[in-house]
Every structure is written in C-alpha cells, then in structure tokens.
Design a protein. Sequence first.
Length: 465
Amino acid sequence: PVDVSSLPLNLKCSSPGSLVAGEHTLQIAISSVPYTNPVIVSVYDCPSSGATCGQCVDPLARPKCAYCLSSMQCGLDATLPCATLQQRVFSNSSCPSISILPSNDTISGGRNIPITFPPGRTPSASAVLVCSFTFSPGTINATASVVGNAATCVSPSAGSRSVAQFELFSQGISFAPATPFEFYDCRIDLLGNLRRCSSCAALSGCGWCGSECGPTVTCSALAPVCPRLISATPSVAESLAEALVTITANVELPSNSYECIFNGNIRTPALASGTTLSCTTPTLGLSGVVTLQVGISSAGLWADNDLPFEFVKCPSSSFCDASCFASHSLCGWCVDQQQCTGRGQCSSRDGAMWLQASNSSSGCASLVSYQPQHMQVALPRLNRTFTIFEDVSIQIKGLPTDLLPPATKKRTGLLSDYECVFGPRSVPVTSVAIQGDSATFTCTAPQLTTQGVYSLFVSYRGGSL
C-alpha cells in the first residue's frame, strides 16, 4: 500500500521473490487500477554452481553477485561464504588470470610449463588443478602441481603441429580464460616450409642437426653456428651460356647431395669440398638479379641465407653497334652468328669471332672506304660473255688484333678465312695491307650480269667483319 496524499511521490517497492530472471514491467496502481505507464525492470539471478568467475560477476548486469576464489562458487554477496575478503571478487576485471611462458613446445611435448598467478589470486592449497589442452578435435588433460604463487604442468605430445587452447581447471571449473598454446614441429613451420637454421635456433628444444632442424634430444651433433654463404664467384653470368660458380661458406659442408638453387626453383647439382661448393649456372634464359641458394637434394635449404646472382641477357641486334657493348661488360658481337651475345654463347671455336669493347676500341669494326664504287656488268658479245676483271680495295677500321690478318701481297693459307662478298657472290681476298687497327683488303670483283646496287662487305669465316 502507498500513501498518495502528497506529491511528488518517492516510492520504494520490494520485488517479489517469485520473479524469474529476465525482463519484467513495473507499474504503480491505485485500487488495482494502473496509475503510471509501465517501465522495464531487469531481474537477474547469480549463476549456479559450475560458473566461472567471468560468467558470475558483472557490475552492470549483476551488481549483487560475487565470486569466491577459495570455493570456486558464485552467489549473492550477502549470503556467499568466503574465507577472506581478498578471495571475494565483485568485478570481472578482478577475476583471476594466468601467465604461461613459454606458451609453446615441440610436438613431442614433455616440457615443464610454469603457470603464474596474480597476487592474492592463487587457488587454495587443497585444490586439485588440471591443465587442459584442447585440440581440434580432442582434449588432453594433465595434473598440475602448485608451489607458492605458481603451478607447473607438463605439456603432452601433440603428434603434429597445431595450436591448442590451454585452460586450468579446479574442481571441474575453469579457473581462468583459455589461452593459445602452440605445438611446433622443429623441422616444418606452420606454413609447411622447412625451417632454416636461424628460425630453428630460436625455438626452445630445437637445434640445427647436420643439415636440418630437429629436436635437440635426438640430435647427436648440434651445429655450434648456423651455416651461411659468404660469396659466389663469379656473381654474374650469361643468361644462355653455362658458367662454373664457386660458393664459399663459413663452415665446412658435411657429406651430402647438394644443389644450387637459382631463382627459388631451378636446381643444378653441386659438388662440395671443405668450405666451398661448385655448380654450373642454368641456361634457361633467366634475366636480372635472382636468389642463389644452397639446398640438399630431397630436403630443405642448407644455408641460413641467400646470395644475389645476376644473369645477363644481351640485347637483340642485327648489326654491330655501341648498344651491344653498352648493355653489359659480358656482351659482345659474335661475328659468325651476326648477333650480340655473351662470349660463352658465341659458337666460334676461338675468341677471334667474338668482339668486345675496350678502352681503345668501341668493339665494332667499320667499313670506311672502297674503290672503285661502281663497275660495268659483264656484257654478252658474239655468243660470248665479255669479261672485265677489276680489283676492288676495301678499307676496314677498328678491327681487334685477333681479327687482323697478316700483311701479305698474295693469297696464302693465312688469308683463306677472309672473303669479299658482293651481293650474292663471294670471292677470295688476294692481298691485305695493315696500318694500325685498319686493314685494306684487295680482291677481284666477281662478274655480275645484272646491273644494280649490291651490298659489299668482308667476311671472316662466314661472318661479316
């Protein structure tokens, strides 16, 4: 009953004990007739036994609920028995938490995992604590031992790499929120890649065992330092020609089947000797700077680092010019192939067929003059061809020493590699005069019966000088 003889009203009503948890409406009524609009009232109940601290206390939703750490029980603060005030919790921010370091182990397990509690939040000495590792699927439990303000669990064997949810239970109730616990494979990371030495050494219980990462308990000879690659000689090679590369490491390479790995996936066999390893470059058209790694056949990478290695692809060119030599020091003009290539790609049997720029030469020879510049075609007369024999002199400047013929006035075996080419016809060189890097070739012009303008050049073993 309420006295409404004076206004404003300041009313207090006691909620009936028969209300169940949930939202209800509240109204003021006079003689059972509603006097005010209804308002919503939330009615709560403290969670029953088995609730965790976080499920129990909430200052906004359940302001009168408390949690007793010693008994692991939730109830109304006024009626909840608890040994000490320090063991009574009213806010979820004060609920116990645990700290586990390290929070990982090898898949073999067996490590002692220390668990630290905040001050005043240690379970009672009589409590039986259980460490729970929940996998997908399945759960593995282990009994924990409590000493002072800490506890210890032994990690189980996981069988394979995975991340489990770790929880600590007391009396079947979770003592604190779950936290991730990783089980790692020494040999393989979570992405399925074989570990390298530095990442292996960072994992407790793992070590570099000869040529791969493995558990320290099963390795008979752990490497004192991680193997590293120091240098590659040479560190640059032609793209389409095979080259021998020597790699130096900081430690001796144990007996094994090694291979050089270019660009991450192109492998060539390698031979180890002491602290060096030799292999040949691939001829698959790689270009630019790629990674050079040392691996073990049917296994992972042996060294802890990669080296840069450059592949040079010479530019396409139909004639010898400065752009060929300017592209890279490994590029030159291959006379017999009539293209810009590296020396290893040039098909000649000696270096004379491959021209390279130097401090004194641009690398390309040039035809600077020829005399005469025209002549009469062969004319038919009285069923015979009137033949005109005429010598032509051709001066070429900038020839490298290897391509300069010996000076002589008559054709000898030393000049047999040289020919004058007039359009579709070629004739032998009869003599040559040399002055410095210039050579004047003399030959007798062929007899052509069709007038026109023809190309003219001097060839060496079939390729234009």
